[in-house]
Structure formats: C-alpha cells, structure tokens
Design a protein around this ligand. Structure first.
Ligand SMILES: [Zn+2]
Length: 101
C-alpha cells in the first residue's frame, strides 16, 4: 500500500469533514445549532445566504434556506449544509427590509 495520500484523496477527506446535514425533515428543520421553525426560524435565501423574498421578484429557487440563529445555509431538499453566510452577507441580512419579504 502507498503510505502517501494523493492530493485528490486529501481533497476528498477535507470535503467529507465539512459535509454536514441538519436534522428533521424537508417540512420541519432542526438545525445543528438547535434552531427549529418555531424558535428563531429559517428564511428563504440565495445560495450565498442572502435573504430573499420567497414570493416576490422570483429570486428564490424554492430550495435554499438560511438558519436565523447560526447563519448556516441549508439545501431544503437534501437537508445538506451548503455553506455559512459571509460577514458581508450577514450584515446585509441584518439590514434586510422585511416589508419586501
Ligand atoms: Zn442553525
């Protein structure tokens, strides 16, 4: 056996380490931070984590949610965590105009 790991193997390992799934179902999320729809809740967002209206403007793809508590970005179909909000986006979300949600 080769004692060395290839770059590709290392990449796969690091990918696996960062792979996270939240609990619950596609109807009821339980985030890894403990957040649920009846606590802080989840918002429809872009894949960057930027909050968008679920109904207005057609920006939302109907699938991606932001955890209001920990800013994880969640694929609502697979329950996979696809990322975390950057500071810039989080700041934008803090100033979101909820009258347009
Ligand atoms: Zn969370």
């Amino acid at each position: 056996m080769n004692a060395y790991t290839t770059t590709e193997q290392r990449l796969n390992m690091s990918k696996r380490m960062y792979e996270e799934y939240i609990g619950g179902t596609t109807d009821w999320f339980q985030c890894l931070c403990g957040n649920q729809p009846n606590y802080e809740g989840f918002y429809s967002c872009l894949r960057t984590g930027e909050i968008v209206s679920p109904t207005l403007y057609g920006d939302w793809d109907g699938q991606v949610y932001l955890c209001e508590k920990c800013s994880r970005i969640i694929d609502g179909e697979t329950l996979k965590v696809i990322g975390v909000c950057s500071e810039e986006i989080a700041h934008k979300n803090d100033n979101y105009d909820w009258s347009t949600y």
